[in-house]
Design a protein around this ligand. Structure first.
Ligand code: DOR
Length: 430
C-alpha cells in the first residue's frame, strides 16, 4: 500500500530541506520527495496543504512503566499516547519493576512493544544493578540485548566511581550514558525549586546547585573517560553555562530539555496542583529563558518529554506525598509550538531538528530524516489547529498534566510509522 502526502511544507533538517513537496511512501520506505507526484492507483492520499510534514518525531526520554507499574502506564497505552502526540519512536527508561538491568527484561519490553505497541520502542538499560548506584549493570549483556543507551534516570548516581566505570564500559559499546543530574543530599527531600516561590508557598526547596554540581561532575568524568555523556532534563541557567563551557572544550556531551522546563515556570506550583511536582523541578523564568535559548543555539540537542505518568490515586494526595513526574507525550508538540515557535523564540527547523535528526543520531536509530530509501516515519503538524488540552481525552493512563484546560496551537494531525498510518486527526488507528 502506498501513501501520498500532498502539498505540505516539508521540513527535513538532516538535509537542509524546507519547501513545498509531495512525499510518496511505498511499503515501509520513503519512495520519493518531489514537487508534484501523481498518485499511484492504490495510494491513500493525505492532503497536507498548510501543514508541516516532518520526519517522524523521536522522544528519547519516556517512562512506559511496564513491567511492574501497569496501573500508571503500559507499553500499549504509552505508545498510543506517543502516536497521538505525533511521535513515531520513543526510548523508554529503565525504572520499571523489575528494573531493566538485564537482557531478559529488555527482551520482554521489545516483545511487548512488538505485540502491543503502535510506535517504535527503544529500551534504555539501567546503568547500575537495581538502579542502586552501587555496581554497574551487565552493560555488555544489555548492549547485546539491544539497548540504545544506559541510564538510572529517576535516581542520581551518587558514586562518582560508578559513573566513571559506566562511561568507560558504555564507550566500548558506543552507547550514551544518560545522566539524571541530581545531588540527592543537596536536594534534601525538597519539593520544588528553592527560591522566591518556595518561600512564599512554604514548600521545601531544591536548589539549582543540586543539579549543577552533578552536571559539573559528569562533564569532568566525560572529559576524563572520553565516554558519551547525555544530560537528561537540563533545567537551570547554571547547567547551561557548564554545558557550553564543556562543549567549547570539545567534551563529548549531548543534552536534552523537556517541554515543561522550556515553557513553564515554578509560578505554576501556586496551584498546589501535584502535577506540577516534577524532578528536576519547574524553575523561575530566567532559567526557562536560558534553557530555551540554549536549545535555539544548538547547545541543547533534543527536546525530550520525560513523560512520567502516575495513577490518579498516586497524585491525588498532599504535595509532600505526591511522586515526581508529569505526562508530556500528548502535549509536547503544541506546547513547544505555542510557547516557543509562534512567539519567535525557536524556528520550525530548529524544533524539528531537535525532535528528529539529533535524537536519531544520539541513539543511533533509524529515521530522523525523510531521505528516499529510509524508513517511512512521518509526522504531520497543523500549525493553525487550536485545541484545549483535556487530560480525560489522553491515551496515556496518566492524567498528571498541569496543562489541563489550556488552549494550545499547533497539534500533530497524522503519525506514520514504517509506512503505516497510526494516527489521524488526533485519533489512534487500531
Ligand atoms: O519527574 C520525574 N519523574 N523525574 C524523574 O526523573 C523520574 C520520573 C518518574 O519516573 O516518575
Amino acid at each position: 500500500m502506498a501513501i501520498l502526502i500532498k502539498g505540505g511544507r516539508v521540513i527535513d533538517p538532516a538535509r537542509n530541506l524546507d519547501e513545498q513537496l509531495d512525499v510518496l511512501i511505498e511499503g515501509e520506505k520513503i519512495a520519493a520527495l518531489e514537487a508534484d507526484i501523481e498518485a499511484p492507483a492504490d495510494a491513500q492520499v493525505i492532503p497536507a496543504g498548510g501543514r508541516i510534514v516532518a520526519p517522524g518525531l523521536i522522544d528519547m526520554h519516556v517512562h512506559l512503566r511496564e513491567p511492574g507499574y501497569e496501573q500508571k502506564e503500559t507499553i500499549a497505552t504509552g505508545t498510543r499516547a506517543a502516536a497521538a502526540g505525533g511521535f513515531t519512536a520513543v526510548a523508554c527508561m529503565a525504572n520499571t519493576n523489575p528494573v531493566a538491568d538485564s537482557a531478559s527484561v529488555i527482551a520482554f519490553i521489545k516483545e511487548k512493544a512488538r505485540q502491543e505497541g503502535v510506535v517504535r520502542v527503544y529500551p534504555i538499560g539501567a546503568l547500575s544493578k537495581g538502579l542502586e548506584g552501587k555496581e554497574i549493570a551487565e552493560i555488555g549483556d544489555l548492549a547485546a540485548a539491544g539497548v540504545v543507551a544506559l541510564s538510572d534516570d529517576g535516581h542520581p548516581v551518587m558514586n562518582a566511581l560508578v559513573m566513571r566505570h559506566a562511561l568507560e564500559y558504555a564507550k566500548m559499546f558506543n552507547l550514551p550514558v544518560i545522566s539524571h543530574c541530581e545531588d540527592a543530599d543537596l536536594a534534601n527531600d525538597g519539593l520544588m525549586h528553592e527560591g522566591l516561590m518556595a518561600t512564599i508557598l512554604g514548600l521545601r526547596g531544591i536548589p539549582a546547585a543540586a543539579e549543577e554540581v552533578m552536571v559539573a561532575r559528569d562533564l569532568l568524568l566525560a572529559a576524563m573517560t572520553g565516554g558519551r555523556l547525555h544530560l537528561a532534563h537540563v533545567s537551570t541557567a547554571g547547567s547551561v553555562r557548564l554545558l557550553k563551557e564543556a562543549r567549547a572544550r570539545k567534551v563529548q556531551v549531548t543534552a536534552e530539555a523537556t517541554p515543561h522546563h522550556l515553557c513553564l515556570t515554578d509560578e505554576l506550583v501556586q496551584s498546589y496542583d501535584t502535577s506540577t511536582k516534577v524532578n528536576p523541578p519547574l524553575r523561575p523564568a530566567a532559567d526557562v529563558a536560558s534553557v530555551a535559548a540554549a536549545l535555539a543555539a544548538g547547545d541543547i540537542d533534543t527536546i525530550a518529554s520525560d513523560h512520567a505518568p502516575h495513577a490518579d490515586e498516586d497524585k491525588d494526595v498532599e504535595y509532600d506525598y505526591a511522586p515526581f513526574g508529569m505526562v508530556g507525550l500528548e502535549t509536547a508538540v503544541p506546547l513547544v509550538v505555542t510557547e516557543l515557535i509562534l512567539p519567535g523564540k525557536l524556528t520550525w527547523q530548529q524544533a524539528i531538528k531537535a525532535w528528529t535528526a539529533n535524537p536519531a543520531q544520539i541513539l543511533n536509530v533509524a529515521g530522523g530524516t525523510l531521505a528516499p530509501g529510509g524508513v517511512a516515519d512521518v509526522t504531520i503538524i497543523d500549525p493553525e489547529l487550536e485545541k484545549e488540552v483535556n487530560v480525560n481525552d489522553f491515551y496515556s493512563l496518566g492524567h498528571n498534566s498541569p496543562l489541563h484546560g489550556r488552549k494550545l496551537k499547533g497539534w500533530p494531525v497524522a503519525t506514520i510509522v514504517g509506512g503505516r498510518l497510526v494516527m489521524a486527526d488526533g485519533k489512534v488507528i487500531e
